[in-house]
Write a protein that binds this ligand. Structure first.
Ligand SMILES: [Zn+2]
Length: 222
């Protein structure tokens, strides 16, 4: 099975696994420009699944979603922004599981513990099983207790930027609790994602892969 992960920047990942294309948190052109990503690099059409973590404008864009949609694309989002995306969106709440032919997904809570930006019950993270592998996109969240009971996670995508989410130290603690085989930092803001590497040096079972926008990594069997 091929299993590729492309990071477009911020929290936008394109997963290509077992013939399924999945986009997490696709960005608007405005943010693509702001982040210095080559425009169009994420716009392969006919995404099979698009999953949006929460309502903030740096995690979804109506126009981008439209450009990624094919005739059978499933778009999944919490109630807000599902109501704003408008066209044929499957709403999801934390704790809910959806099963499709080649993919299943469980929505995980995503919220701040001591910050005000992400209130509990609004946004979600996604625990996706595809081709026998489990990938966890945390959304915008702090290191929350729910992360300690995710079960086996092959790939974890965790925010590290601080301010709106957990910072790099908290992400390292979360990674130790989740214990993924592969850890990719996201939502970096001003934090150098390479800072995560030494924080997990004693944990040889976790491979940390700081990525650059547009980079693709192939996840080999591990
Ligand atoms: Zn947010």
């Amino acid at each position: 099975m091929t299993f590729e992960i492309k990071w477009l920047g911020h929290s936008w990942f394109k997963i290509m696994a077992d013939g399924v294309n999945l986009d997490f948190d696709p960005l608007s052109k405005k943010y693509i420009k702001k982040l210095g990503i080559a425009e169009g690099s994420g716009h392969s059409p006919n995404s099979d699944f698009i999953m949006v973590s929460h309502s903030h404008g740096d995690h979804w864009d109506k126009e981008t979603i439209r450009s990624l949609r094919g005739p059978r694309t499933v778009v999944i989002a919490p109630k807000n922004p599902a109501n704003k995306i408008g066209e044929d969106v499957t709403t999801i709440v934390a704790g809910q599981k959806l099963a499709f032919e080649r993919l299943s997904v469980l929505a995980i809570p995503a919220y701040n513990l001591r910050k005000i930006y992400h209130r509990r019950g609004k946004g979600v993270g996604y625990l996706v099983t595809i081709g026998g592998k489990t990938i966890y996109h945390a959304g915008d969240t702090d290191f929350i207790p729910e992360m300690t009971t995710l079960g086996k996670v092959d790939v974890a995508l965790l925010p590290i930027g601080g301010r709106f989410t957990m910072d790099v130290n908290e992400a390292a603690s979360a990674a130790k609790a989740i214990s993924p085989s592969l850890l990719i930092p996201m939502h970096n803001l001003d934090t150098d994602p390479k800072e995560l590497v030494p924080l997990l040096q004693g944990h040889k079972n976790i491979r940390v892969e700081p990525m650059v926008p547009g980079q693709v990594i192939e996840v080999k069997d591990y």
